[in-house]
Write a protein that binds this ligand. Structure first.
Ligand code: FE
Ligand code: FE
Ligand code: ZN
Length: 277
């Protein structure tokens, strides 16, 4: 069965997201842990989280994916900003411990002209400070489009971060199809080669989730603008190959396409139909 979901609003809590997911035909989902632009999280609601866990097991909702605010920058030049990222992620991981076995995705950051090497050092330092031996949440580094000074634009940069983290058993990678295509990995014309490269540089065992997005921009444009499935430069044929690829087909896929709930329900139905074809 295809593991498929989309990004949902977390404003009404976990149980509400679970119900929404079921309504649109999803069996997993992604959500922001707090306002995507950062800031304070809502008070911890353990009852809601426990109610969600029960609902999820009753309704076949699998492992869910939390997304850190995208404005966090673990490799900012400013120490205060780096600390902010560390504190928010520490708090998010504490909260996620109430949803055992979930995943937590973050954007590695932007090195803001300090150079990728300095960025990689800051990011791995932060991970070394926040990861705990006994946590059940897997932290995912998202592959980035290479916009501006983004770190994580290549598989090598992701590998370099993982290499410097002590408890790297808690680390995985989330591959965003729009981002890797924008970064210059040709998942349309040579998916096999891209996956071979991923395997030789990072190791496919690290790949835990896929952000399934089409792209508004052409190959290697380093732009990062998501498009609806089948309406961008990646196209429906390539998306069909991605969800059915023997090395990818068991992974959970998360849509981050420009859609309302109705649009997501349609994309999910279409992808389920294309699974196995
Ligand atoms: Fe993201
Ligand atoms: Fe993404
Ligand atoms: Zn993106």
């Amino acid at each position: 069965m295809l593991k498929i979901g989309c990004h949902l609003s977390s404003s009404k809590g976990y149980l509400a997201m679970g119900k929404e997911a079921v309504k649109i035909g999803a069996n997993t989902f992604q959500f922001f842990t707090r306002n995507p632009r950062g800031g304070a999280a809502k008070p911890l609601n353990v009852e809601d989280m426990q109610a969600f866990c029960t609902f999820a097991s009753e309704h076949g909702i699998g492992q869910i994916l939390a997304h850190a605010p995208y404005t966090l920058n673990a490799c900012a030049a400013d120490e205060g900003l780096r600390d902010f990222a560390k504190n928010v992620m520490t708090d998010d991981l504490m909260r996620l411990s109430y949803i055992p076995g979930s995943m937590y995705n973050f954007h590695p950051g932007s090195h803001v002209k300090q150079g990728a090497e300095a960025g990689i050092t800051y990011i791995s330092d932060m991970l070394n400070a926040i990861l705990k031996e006994d946590q059940t949440t897997t932290v995912l580094l998202e592959t980035m489009a290479g916009k501006g000074t983004e770190v994580g634009r290549s598989f090598e940069e992701i590998r370099a971060i993982i290499d410097r983290v002590e408890l790297s058993g808690h680390l995985g990678v989330c591959m965003d199809t729009c981002h890797v295509y924008d970064a210059g990995y040709d998942i349309v014309d040579d998916l096999d080669k891209v996956l071979e490269e991923f395997d030789s540089v990072i190791g496919l065992s690290r790949l835990k989730a896929v952000h399934l997005n089409d792209s508004k921009n052409p190959f290697a444009s380093h732009k990062d603008r998501h498009e609806k499935i089948g309406e961008g430069s990646i196209g429906l044929e390539a998306v069909t190959r991605i969800i059915n690829h023997p090395l990818l087909r068991e992974l959970p896929f998360y849509l981050e396409t420009p859609n309302d709930l109705d649009g997501y329900a349609k994309e999910i139905a279409m992808l389920k139909d294309l699974y196995g074809k």
